[in-house]
Design a protein around this ligand. Structure first.
Ligand code: NAD
Ligand code: MG
Length: 374
């Protein structure tokens, strides 16, 4: 029985994780569950699943049930002192970093959906994992694909490239001139995946793929020069690796996050699917295109901030989170998202920032941007 601490249970990844757990009650047990808000929803989606600790992290909850733990500190304390095997971090945004760190520092493996942890503190997080002999198993479908493709590779020097696939989002075919008219509704229509709002907007700007490039760099210790992005609108191939002899290995399935979530939980084993099996005869074509950096400047910028290292990925991520929040509140237009981020990137770099510096710069940038659009 694998004991799981599931953070962000009410989100898109969180709810898919609960489906996986329900499908395998003999293998998985939830020990800690957290949500920031929506207590009623949390109760509804966990009905019938025995859970030791329920934590609500947000400040604005009005819960009187004394058995419910409340606040971020309560969750951090539980992550350090409870008996569990794996932390599945499905919190959205940089708020997830402290939980990733806490899980790893207390010697737990982490199934990581919260890519922002890796983007803003990749060096520190991987070092903590190494020191504590813990593994980080990606939940992000592309990184799960790469990990699966890398299984059985004896010598890393045989890998020539990591090829991340991207759906291209809803605006892959839209002319650049039309980007100024994109509405919130347009941007929330992802062609292939149903996800939380923040990552859906990140997919529309392709900032998501940029974050994933940085995530791949740290997870697989791949130089940025050896990470390629290719548009693949069907989202059937979730990513690939190319070997030095010219062979390419890919991982395929219908787009369903329950597959990478379950793989992260069952790793290194494979168990019966929770998602629908892929009927290849329903897929008539797999197509590929080069990404368009003019239409999607954030993808290019992500490579640049990744290479610059230091505090630059934190600035990129914080400005992106703030800009996406403003766009979701319809306070700015779609094309203002990259403008706001570019503007913040004129700051000076800070080499090798520690966790405190990362968190304080993250907070400072978000505050500044929110104040400017009050
Ligand atoms: P979501 O918005 O649907 O859910 C977010 C969850 O985090 C909710 O349970 C919410 O209560 C909790 N949360 C929000 N703010 C918090 C805070 N400050 N502290 C603690 N908890 C907080 O998001 P999602 O789409 O499930 O994405 C979660 C993470 O997984 C993101 O990092 C995203 O990039 C990544 N991811 C998502 C998908 C997907 O298909 N949705 C795919 C790959 C990676
Ligand atoms: Mg992804």
């Amino acid at each position: 029985m694998k004991k799981i601490a599931l953070l962000g249970a009410t989100g898109s990844i969180g709810q898919s994780t609960l489906e996986v757990v329900r499908n395998h009650p003999d293998r998985f047990q939830i020990v800690i569950v957290s949500s920031h808000s929506k207590f009623e929803l949390l109760q509804e989606i966990t009905k019938g699943i025995p859970i030791e600790h329920i934590v609500m992290t947000g400040n604005e909850n009005t819960i009187t049930d004394p058995s419910v733990h409340q606040g971020e500190d309560a969750l951090l304390e539980l992550l350090r002192n409870t008996d569990y095997d794996i932390l599945l971090n499905a919190v959205v945004g940089s708020a997830g970093l402290k939980y990733t760190v806490s899980g790893l520092e207390s010697g737990h493996d982490v199934a990581l959906a919260n890519k922002e942890s890796m983007v803003i503190a990749g060096e520190i997080v991987t070092e903590i994992a190494r020191k504590n002999s813990c593994i980080i198993i990606p939940v992000d479908s592309e990184h799960s694909a790469i990990m699966q493709c890398l299984n059985g590779v004896r010598e890393r020097s045989q890998v020539r490239k990591v090829i991340l696939t991207a759906s291209g989002g809803p605006f892959h075919n839209l002319k650049k001139e039309a980007f100024k008219n994109i509405t919130l509704r347009d941007a929330l229509q992802h062609p292939n995946w149903a996800m939380g709002n923040k990552i859906t907007i990140d997919s529309a700007t392709m900032a998501n793929k940029g974050l994933e490039v940085i995530e791949a760099h740290y997870l697989f210790d791949m130089p940025y020069e050896d990470i390629d992005v290719i548009i693949h609108p069907q989202s059937i191939i979730h990513s690939m690796i190319e070997f030095i002899d010219g062979s390419i290995i890919a991982q395929l399935s219908f787009p369903d996050m329950k597959i990478p979530i379950q793989y992260a939980l069952s790793y290194p084993n494979r168990i019966r699917a929770t998602a629908e099996y892929t009927d290849l005869s329903q897929i008539h074509e797999l197509t590929f295109y080069k990404p368009n950096y003019e239409k999607f400047p954030l993808l290019k910028l992500a490579f640049e901030v990744g290479k610059a290292k230091g505090i630059m990925p934190t600035i990129f991520n914080a400005a992106n989170e703030a800009a996406v929040t403003l766009f979701l509140k319809e306070k700015i237009s779609f094309i203002e998202i990259p403008e706001i981020i570019e503007n913040e990137l004129s700051r000076n770099n800070i080499p090798n920032p520690d966790l405190e510096t990362i968190i304080s710069i993250d907070t400072e940038i978000k505050k500044k941007i929110f104040n400017a659009y009050k």
